[in-house]
Write a protein that binds this ligand. Structure first.
Ligand code: C2O
Length: 484
């Protein structure tokens, strides 16, 4: 049983390419993820469900042919007018009022996410992450609009880099979810710079490697395993566990913002591009539409979102707005940069615990040359990350400074980025599996490493919201740098 899209196939893949040997089983469990959210896992049945008579069935869905409605401009939640807020609340009220048997109901919308986080198929931890969530939000938004008879209805986004507290619109009426951290829900707790500040965002957004931003078949990108995860964990409650996250209306605002960053990353140029493989472009999923018919939609149907989905964002200027100016100017990326002959292998000597740990790698002259040539992406791969499905973990990565700790500034060329793994489920092991991620080493970091005699990478277990990790359970199989 090797579904190419499940976590278990990633393990098989790793063994296949000889990366299966566990060297350093590293142990790191966090207080902030741990049993904080004891909610029973959703039932997560396959989303099939009722149909209007004569509509395409789940087993023979209609091919999605593009949206024919007006352009929908998505705005920041904190910029909605009171009339827009009222409409939004009315739409969620109508969705919540639908019977559970209806695939458009709020309960079913939540279960769709659960099904696609490992119960049926796994769309996290790979290049499926961005397009699947874009398609999911598209149908979610169209259903909400249809329920209030407004074809121009646009889902708001939570612009968390600028609005560090949960915007008021998500904290009352039909958009409230009372399982969130109570301080988040009162509006008194704000997201920290370490999670969504300029440095935290500049690492994923300033990078140029497709595998490190969008991800690839076996690796999730660093926006997913960075700020995306950090915000989930920070919000607490249903949001802090992937199988229940869709039960919180905040989830859709968070992912709308993630979708906006995907569009922004591509739009910032400098050679940034989506994967071009037909394996990615032809990947498809089924969703139930606002007209109560089943559709099948492909990745290639969502990449040109303005024309095919008729959606756009009013890109509010923010501190994160110009990633290309932070690290790479447009045109700097060299076409066809070759991949390195030799990987930069960090030795995995010992387990991770709550203390920072430094991994070392010998730098050859070739590595130094590759690191210095910032026109060709140089990515850091962390493979075989193993975290209990009930736990969330955040670790920061610093280069060339073994004394790095949780308080070390991110505004320095030693800061590589951070990894945030969101708890997957309190219940089923179907949500498990090892994870792989790639980070883009941005030029400032590359210079720092290339001028040293040995490469050093310090992994720092991080606290969140002032709470220190007391125990961490996280192992990985391999960390290496690679030029391509
Ligand atoms: Cu499907 Cu933010 O997770």
């Amino acid at each position: 049983m090797t579904d190419p899209k499940t976590g278990s196939s990633r393990r098989d893949f790793l063994s296949l390419v000889g990366l299966g040997a566990v060297s350093g089983a590293a142990a790191l469990t966090l207080p902030y993820g741990s049993a904080a959210h004891a909610a029973a896992a959703p039932s997560c049945a396959a989303p099939t469900g009722k149909l209007k008579s004569g509509a395409g069935s789940f087993n023979s869905p209609i091919a999605f042919k593009g949206d024919s409605g007006p352009l929908r401009t998505r705005k920041s939640m904190s910029k909605l007018t009171s009339a827009e807020l009222k409409k939004l609340d009315a739409a969620y009220k109508a969705m919540r009022a639908l019977p559970a048997s209806d695939p458009r109901s709020f309960a079913n919308q939540a279960n769709i996410h659960c099904w696609f986080c490992g119960m049926g198929e796994q769309i996290h931890g790979s290049y499926r992450f961005f397009p699947w969530h874009r398609a999911y939000l598209y149908f979610h938004e169209k259903i909400l609009g249809a329920l209030i008879n407004d074809p121009s209805f646009a889902l708001p986004y939570w612009d968390w880099a600028n609005d560090r507290a949960i915007p008021a619109g998500y904290r009352s009426g039909n958009l409230l979810n009372s399982t969130r951290d109570s301080a988040c829900n009162s509006g008194s707790k704000t997201l920290t710079d370490q999670l969504v500040g300029k440095a935290a965002l500049s690492r994923p957004l300033g990078g140029i490697a497709t595998a490190a931003f969008v991800g690839d078949e076996t690796h999730g990108g660093n926006l997913e395993f960075g700020p995306h995860g950090g915000v989930h964990i920070w919000a607490g409650g249903d949001m802090s566990q992937l199988d229940t996250a869709g039960r919180d209306p905040l989830f859709y605002g968070h992912h709308n913002n993630i979708d906006r960053y995907w569009a922004q990353w591509i739009g910032s140029g400098g050679g940034r591009a989506n994967p071009s493989s037909s394996a990615w472009l032809n990947t498809s999923w089924k969703f139930y539409g606002p007209d109560e018919k089943w559709y099948v939609i492909k990745v290639s149907d969502v990449v040109n979102y303005q024309t095919t989905l008729k959606q756009t964002w009013n890109h509010d200027p923010g501190p994160e707005e110009s990633p290309e100016q932070l690290y790479h100017s447009p045109g700097e990326l060299e076409a066809g940069g070759g991949s390195s002959a030799s990987e930069l292998n960090f030795s995995d000597g010992a387990n991770l615990d709550v203390n920072p740990r430094t991994y070392k790698a010998s730098l050859t002259a070739t590595h130094k040359k590759e690191l210095a040539n910032s026109g060709t992406p140089f990515t850091l791969r962390v493979q075989g990350i193993d975290v209990p499905t009930t736990d969330s973990v955040i670790v920061k990565l610093h280069a060339q400074d073994p004394s790095s700790n949780d308080g070390s500034s991110a505004d320095r060329p030693q800061y590589v980025g951070y990894l945030a793994v969101v708890a997957r489920s309190a219940g089923s092991m179907a949500h498990g599996g090892k994870l792989n991620t790639a980070l883009d080493l941005v030029p400032a970091v590359r210079q720092t490493i290339s001028s040293a005699s040995d490469a050093q990478l310090t992994v720092v277990p991080s606290s969140i919201g002032g709470r220190k990790p007391s125990k961490i359970t996280m192992s990985h199989q391999r960390i290496f740098g690679h030029s391509y």
